[in-house]
Design a protein around this ligand. Sequence first.
Ligand SMILES: [Zn+2]
Length: 559
Amino acid sequence: MLLDTLYINGSFYTQNVRRPRAHSVGVHNGRIISLDDELPAALFRDVVDLAGAAVVPGFNDAHCHLSYVGQALVQADLRPAACGTMDELLATVERACLAAPEGAWVQGGGYDQNHLGNRHPTAEQLDAVSHGRPVWLMHNSRHMGVANTAAFERAGYPGRRDVAAPSGGAAPADADGRAVGLLQETARALVMDAIPGTGVGDVAEMVGAGSDALLELGVTSITEPGLGAPQHIGHSLSDIAGYQAARDAGKLRVRATVMPYLTTLHGLGDAEQDEASGAGHVARMGLDLGMRSGFGDEWLRLGPAKILSDGSLIGRSAFMCCDYQHVADEPEGNRGLLQFPAQELRRRVIGAHRAGWQVATHAIGDAALDVVLDIFAEAQQLYPRPDARHRVEHVNVAGDDQIRRLASLGLIPVPQGRFISELGDGAARALGPERTHLAYRVKSLLDAGIEIPASSDAPVVSGDPLLNIHDLVNRRTSSGADFVPEERISVAQAVRAYTVGSAHAVHEEHYKGSLAPGMLADFVALTEDIYTVPADAIGDVRVAATVVGGRLAHGRLQG
Ligand SMILES: [Zn+2]
């Protein structure tokens, strides 16, 4: 019997500290079985020559909305890269409306008012280009969006009148009391609830389109940060069925660890007993049959339970210790807001912790971070659980004391390097000169001794790992300005984060993230060696081939 494949003549950066470099990797049944010349080529059915290419373990995006990446491929693309001005945005919307069947909803996503003269599109502007179709455009933060008059009408608000925002949301109105179109945070549901639901088959299609796009970028694993809460995040209560359908159909081509949104969990029936046992106890929160983080296999498994605490930094809704730098159109003293009252966050997070879940809490502002740190500290005090690896997603704004606390509580912050270039100018405007140095910190997290993952939050920004690594190393905004350069990290640190760190952040480092016998045979051959190219050229390096489970999943290799 022959073994599967021997990949020879590569320049492997294994990310295994005991054996950091190798020139060959032997693969059988999807796993690595040998390095270098440990097994002779004659034992393998196929021998593939990597022609000296630099090879790293497959990139693992620790916070990637795979299904939204796919969805963005089938909706109007309004990201600044595609629509640089309001006129271009409106022209794109008009094209999408003209292409849509009569009466069908037209959706777009990715716009950023920071690139549109600090103005969101208005319902009136959209009405002029929408030819009667209801239109919903999602902001690139996904924490807000804008609707046109036809969309408000479908949602039961003729003439955009009497639109009352629920708590935790905002629906600004003009002098006549008509909603201007923007719906923030929980108020998004006022219109989004009227959009026909996304079915299991739709989610499977998105997952397929998204995974193909990511394979081209060298991404072989992702963690999907939030499913099952259509008002907040994800598409429907059956999101995981969509993933499973994609897998059954062979469309799930990157490995996925998925986070159910915390509102999909429910009390596990010990509330009464808790009441009897006194104050401080919190009822366990879980899914039926006791499922929790880790259930599944190396292709599709349950990760942490996800919950949002606050909003977006550039959308100026993240919860801050200090006022946002004031801009026109905004009331004085904006500090953002929490999505849930702190007590409800506490009940849900501690309840999930107690039921054995890893918990991932979105926290962008420093005030939200304080709330979350307190909750995780209390959770461990009440119900100690070693190596829980609870996560704090984004940590966009953090002080030194907060970083020390993250480290001492064993929490994993999940930063996004690509925010620096694509969102950095907007972040600096939101925070002002005095507080910008607290933004998008990465080196300080490493210096605190934390094993950080790397992630993109795609499609909020590009999911391209090489662009992300470029930003982690160079830290320049799209306008060319240095952005807190003291937080630059090395290529080696960035690659480790993208591989070992991201696997560790979901308890998968024992079979993923480094290249050694027994590990998954997921790796990426690059067109140039990112460890040796000049720092400002990292973003020009491309993926030549992506191998998943020992098989070529994208690109070309010489057999
Ligand atoms: Zn996200």
